[in-house]
Design a protein around this ligand. Structure first.
Ligand SMILES: N[C@@H](CCC(=O)N[C@@H](CS)C(=O)NCC(=O)O)C(=O)O
Length: 198
């Protein structure tokens, strides 16, 4: 069976696991600690990042957007719309949601990997400004949400769950539409919400 190397707090891993579940693609989830650089991960992905997918024939796939496109192909377009314009919209939403994860992760890593005196606050401020812009942009017009999902919705749900996990109380103020979107996603899709980090 296809394996996904993941960690429950990793938003890109959450996205991929939710997308596989949504598309009905069975997958064995293998918990890895990227900080320990385990051989199974490094041998599959020289970047040592998760998620990394390992197919039955041993082929490895990364990063998460390569994986969601792969899942879309093998599921017969269950993750991205066939219509070109709608597909571009979904891919763009996935990209901006992943970009939000990138800046949030930069914050987490700056603090995790540097001693206090080496933390560079202007760099953190620069990154945080991006997070604020993305959150405001999304809050101004949250994507339409229903039972039928695409990869952009799934990526956004994963990104907001990560924001709540690491920055609870710091991102929600003044963004009630986005907060409601997050809640509604969880109400409409409890089986996917079960994969979100809590
Ligand atoms: N662009 C990548 C980002 C993946 C990523 O940065 N994952 C983090 C965990 S959330 C990771 O593996 N970090 C370990 C490291 O950078 O060494 C993707 O979309 O998969």
């Amino acid at each position: 069976m296809t394996k996904v190397l993941y960690s429950p707090a990793s938003p890109y891993s959450t996205k991929v696991r939710m997308a596989a579940h949504y598309a009905g693609i069975p997958m064995e989830s293998v918990l890895v600690d990227t900080n320990a650089a385990p051989a199974e991960l490094i041998n599959a992905n020289p970047l040592g990042k998760i998620p990394t997918l390992i197919l039955d024939d041993g082929k490895a796939l990364y990063d998460s957007r390569v994986i969601t496109q792969y899942l879309n192909r093998v599921s017969g377009n269950k993750i991205f719309p066939r219509n070109a314009e709608k597909r571009l919209e979904a891919e763009q939403l996935e990209s901006v949601a992943d970009g939000l994860c990138d800046v949030l992760l930069t914050h987490v890593y700056e603090r995790r990997f540097h001693p206090e005196e080496k933390i560079h606050q202007p760099w953190l401020d620069w990154q945080w400004a991006k997070a604020i812009r993305v959150l405001d942009y999304l809050n101004a017009a949250p994507p339409r949400l229903g039972k039928k999902l695409h990869g952009g919705h799934i990526a956004l749900a994963a990104a907001l769950a990560y924001a709540s996990l690491r920055f609870e109380g710091k991102w929600e103020k003044g963004r009630s539409k986005l907060k409601r979107w997050q809640k509604r996603f969880e109400e409409l899709h409890p089986e996917l919400a079960a994969l979100l980090p809590k």
